[in-house]
Design a protein around this ligand. Structure first.
Ligand SMILES: Cc1cc2nc3c(=O)[nH]c(=O)nc-3n(C[C@H](O)[C@H](O)[C@H](O)COP(=O)(O)O)c2cc1C
Length: 129
């Protein structure tokens, strides 16, 4: 069984709600990215971000630029407005060149509450459920 960390940044709560839904399905530890979680104990790390200016939030990019996720499995997720996922997952992928990145998940911030079935489908498709 994977040791799962669900690390996320959230300004207005939507990405945090999505992180909570993911944790409800796969377990693991939740961590806000404004504090720096100790990654040593984890082999699978979800990275959650709001879409900011068509990509990952600055706080997430800054975190990933210094965090050591080499050899770990990374799974991006995001919440967004009208723009959709845009470059959020590709920004995350570019910053973890020594990680195995699995397929990402994105949902409109206003629709997170109804996203549980879609989250389960995604987690099943990447082998986490
Ligand atoms: C500074 C800022 C920039 C944003 N830029 C985009 C964008 O380019 N495309 C988009 O679809 N949504 C954009 N949004 C909307 C957020 O991605 C969306 O509301 C998200 O669900 C917020 O997540 P949070 O509640 O976890 O902070 C932006 C929001 C903010 C505050």
């Amino acid at each position: 069984m994977a040791n799962i960390l669900i690390a996320y940044y959230s300004e207005s709560g939507s990405t945090e709600r999505l992180a909570n839904i993911i944790q409800g399905e796969v377990g693991g530890t939740l961590a806000k990215l404004d504090s720096k979680p100790d990654l040593a104990a984890y082999d699978t790390v979800f990275i959650g971000t709001p879409n900011h200016a068509a990509g990952a939030a600055q706080a997430v990019k800054e975190y990933l630029a210094t965090a050591d996720l080499a050899g770990k499995t990374v799974i991006p997720f995001c919440t967004h407005g009208m723009g959709g996922e845009q470059n959020t997952a590709s920004d995350i992928t570019a910053l973890v060149p020594k990680s195995t990145v699995l397929r990402s998940f994105a949902v409109k911030g206003a629709e997170v509450a109804g996203a549980k079935a879609a989250v389960i489908n995604w987690l099943t498709s990447i082998g986490l459920k």
